[in-house]
Design a protein around this ligand. Structure first.
Ligand code: AMP
Length: 517
């Protein structure tokens, strides 16, 4: 027998096995927050959402976009949209109106859901149906379905697209990564397996849900009936408070989340206050390798540190680094040093290093292709191997270390920035003759965006003007944090910018050419 793997399986099971248990605690004080809802209510609301979409005439496979910080409604949408045969398009809530409009248009989303706090900033963004998540306009969409009422039946095809996650890559515009139900299902199961998610876990949504569907962990913790705590904005003390209040045992995040936790823990210690989570909390980190010292400080809190590596295109789990029992006897410094690597392939994943050092991967988590960009898909998957664009080493035990990036992407605070997109924007400035955008190490953000600018003859501009110019046009996390003016930029004989050479001086003395702060 072969039963299609669909993300609805996760919520169906939880609603059956854990029906009266709290499923999600929404952000307290958020506009139209839903408070605490049980798994039975979560299922009824997801079903209610699908009924409402039926009623609105939204067809199977049609796209529903959502732009929102973490929220209970976002979690409901993972199921209310995807589990009934439509595709969810989660959009980074830090993007500006034009960037959001591009994604809505490119994905062809007919419905756009907008967080009330973003409504004004995104006022110009249009879609066939634009619905603000304010508890009024979306009242029908998020109402519980009456018992026994079911949406239009969906046959359940595991190869159909559950979500389209736009990610900045090597092109000026973000690409839509189509994750199939099968991708999401297997990623969740294997991620949950490696991080030992059980029904006793309490999960904190410290990672944005838009980012690769919160890396797929929301699916895994739903399947196990875990209590889920929504966090709208990352703040270290706020995280500690919730660990205390709800007994949080698991969270995921970029290295910046870990840094925020450590800072707040230090402040607590100085105030003579206890730090919660000792011996119970574990934190899964990806996006960039945090420094060994950071990992060691997490160990000193008696929180468990787990590193994973992957990409939106791989749903994302490729490798995992979780201390095996053989490391128990090691001192904390050595254990932390070992945890600094990206890890060994997760179950069912194969990785290899191509000539030149690029890491290639083969797995059931590898995406269904870029939305409406077949050429880009063909470039990414060659002879059955997915090209990660990351440079790395693999040791004899299979441990992967990411050492470099072959692609022109900067990762700052856990989010991808396409250098080309920033360059495109800065080229519109009248004083800019040439520009190269590079990532440089940054203690807070891992890497930060730097622009090297050659001014047009006779023109003048200040660093601040260039930064302001970008900030008026792009999401702020993409904008240069620093600008340097140069008489010329290093190029190859064929006129190509030599990014590697331009980056090199800033990375001197660093072991790797990627940084998590
Ligand atoms: P995204 O698609 O936004 O999730 O970004 C994926 C990229 O993040 C990868 O291609 C890597 O460059 C980087 N990345 C993710 N996890 C790690 C890690 N553990 N170590 C180093 N780089 C990472």
């Amino acid at each position: 027998m072969k039963v299609p793997l669909t993300v609805g399986d996760f919520l169906d099971r939880a609603a059956l096995a854990y029906r009266d248990r709290t499923a999600v605690v929404d952000e307290p004080g958020a506009t139209a927050g839903l408070g605490a809802i049980t798994y039975q209510e979560l299922e009824a609301r997801a079903r209610g959402m699908a009924l409402a979409l039926d009623h609105m005439g939204v067809e199977e496979k049609e796209r529903v976009a959502i732009v929102s910080p973490n929220a209970a409604r976002f979690l409901i949408s993972f199921y209310g949209v995807s589990a009934y045969g439509r595709a969810l398009v989660p959009i980074n809530f830090r993007l500006v109106a034009d960037e959001v409009q591009y994604i809505v248009d490119h994905s062809g989303a007919s419905v756009l859901l907008v967080d009330p706090e973003l409504d004004e900033a995104l006022a110009s963004v249009t879609a066939k149906e634009r619905i603000v998540l304010d508890g009024r306009a979306d009242a029908e969409l998020f109402a519980e379905a009456p018992q026994g009422r079911y949406p239009r039946e969906w046959a359940g095809d595991e190869d159909s697209t559950a979500s389209i996650n736009y990610t900045s890559g090597t092109t000026a515009r973000p690409k839509g990564v189509q994750l199939t139900h099968r991708n999401c299902w297997l990623n969740a199961a294997i991620f949950g397996w490696h991080t030992t998610v059980t029904d006793r876990d309490v999960y904190l949504h410290a990672l944005p849900m838009f980012h690769c569907n919160g890396w797929g962990m929301p699916y895994a913790v739903t399947a196990m009936g875990c209590k889920q705590i929504v966090l709208r904005r990352v703040d270290g003390e706020d995280i500690l408070r919730r660990v205390d209040e709800h007994g949080v045992t698991l969270m995921c995040g970029a290295p910046a989340v870990v840094a925020a936790v450590l800072e707040a823990a230090e402040a607590r210690r100085q105030r003579g206050e206890a730090v919660p989570g000792q011996g119970t909390a574990r934190v899964v980190v990806a996006g960039a390798p945090p420094p060994t010292r950071t990992i060691q400080r997490i160990a000193e809190l008696e929180w468990e540190f787990i590193q994973i590596y992957g990409l939106t295109e791989t749903a994302p789990l490729l490798t995992v680094n979780r201390a095996p029992h053989e490391w128990d006897e090691l001192d904390v410094g050595e254990r932390s040093r070992r945890l600094c690597r990206a890890g060994v392939p997760a179950v069912g994943v194969r990785v290899r290093r191509a000539e030149g050092g690029e890491i290639l991967a083969r797995s059931n988590h590898v995406f269904g292709g870029y939305w409406a960009q077949p050429e880009q898909t063909a470039e990414a998957v060659v002879d059955g191997w997915f090209k990660t664009g990351d440079g790395g080493d693999i040791d004899e035990y299979g441990y992967v270390t990411i050492t470099d990036r072959k692609k022109d992407v900067i990762i700052t605070g856990g989010e991808n920035v396409s250098s080309i997109e920033v360059e495109d924007c800065l080229y519109q400035h009248p004083a800019v003759a040439e520009v190269a955008v590079i990532g440089v190490p940054d203690p807070d953000w891992g890497e930060s965006v730097k622009a090297l600018v050659v001014l047009s003859e006779g023109a003048s501009a200040t660093e601040q003007e260039i930064v302001e110019f970008a900030r008026a046009r792009m999401a702020h996390f993409k904008c240069p944090r620093s600008v340097e003016f140069r008489p010329s930029l290093a190029r190859t004989a064929t006129g190509k910018l030599q990014k590697f050479k331009l980056r090199e001086p800033y990375w001197e003395g660093q072991e790797r050419r990627v940084s998590g702060g």
